[in-house]
Design a protein around this ligand. Sequence first.
Ligand SMILES: Cc1cc2nc3c(=O)[nH]c(=O)nc-3n(C[C@H](O)[C@H](O)[C@H](O)COP(=O)(O)O)c2cc1C
Length: 221
Amino acid sequence: MIDEPDAPAPLDLSAVREQYQSEGIRRTDLFPDPLDHFRAWYAEWAATEPFDPAAVALATATPDGRPSVRFVLVRRVDHGFCFFTDTTSRKGAELAANPQAALCFGWIALSRQVRAVGPVEPLTDAEVDDYWEHRPRGSRLSAVASAQSQPVADREALEHRREEVAAAAGPDGPIERPAGWGGYRLVPEEVEVWQGRADRLHDRFLYTRAGDAWALQRLMP
Ligand SMILES: Cc1cc2nc3c(=O)[nH]c(=O)nc-3n(C[C@H](O)[C@H](O)[C@H](O)COP(=O)(O)O)c2cc1C
């Protein structure tokens, strides 16, 4: 055994032990289309008034398989999950090289999780412009000032960049959307809904796209 007198004690989280107690879900509770199911579950989640209910963990990967994950806000659900970001960021570079992603909503207060996997397509300029115009002025100024995921010397340098952008725009002047600022839609090919139950004997259902329809399978927890 290696003698490491200065090593801190490991953080032991094994005593944090919650029971998931929901009534569970049956096949007959599920909509044929997982996006309809998502809409119904999202309404229940939003009704619990969590802080920023639209947050989702989004995983991308380099073509050689190195993954990265971060939260984004889903801003629209149509035939996929749409989010907005700086396309020159790390996630943007990964999506350009490997346009596949996975996302995971962790709605733990409802003992629920929703996962989706699929190809990611860029949103159109019209879709991005529409959203850009609806963003608060402060958010737009920060987006122009920030080359997302690039290093910056310190906080001061970042704030200086933003002040310059704000000064150039003036108090009410237009704030042009940077060319690299955009959005994506993850079009799911797989969606899994998970409902936590007692003794870790949870319910899981996997939707898999089969042409225009969806196949549905129960998975073991
Ligand atoms: C709750 C939450 C929501 C976020 N929403 C977004 C978002 O919608 N778009 C975005 O670009 N970054 C968002 N971020 C910041 C990202 O997690 C991340 O730091 C940033 O996009 C850079 O990621 P990247 O370097 O992997 O590209 C959010 C962070 C949190 C914690």
